[in-house]
Design a protein around this ligand. Sequence first.
Ligand SMILES: [Zn+2]
Length: 112
Amino acid sequence: MSSNPSIVRYLNPWKARREEREQRIAELRTRDGDACRRCRRPIRFDLPVGHDQGPRIEDVVTLAVGAPRTIGNQCLCHGRCNGVGADHTSEVQERRRRSNEADLFARSRRQA
Ligand SMILES: [Zn+2]
């Protein structure tokens, strides 16, 4: 039995969205292979959604500037390599916090 996609979307939007995502990932894998577009290392497709080493669909040109949400504007990256999230991982934040602290410390030493 094949159900009407618009009814599925209405009755179970999460399922519809998950299926759309899985289908898009499969299309992108066929086009680009299994490597992350940013770090070129293989993406693991057996992990739960949202995992750092799992796939994330990334927009090549950010949607904020009016780019279309089509496959031509999308690629696959690791969750951790995703452009939007790249500067916000705990690792990067920690590194930035330390360098800020070191900078402040150096400045206060200079003033003293
Ligand atoms: Zn990556």
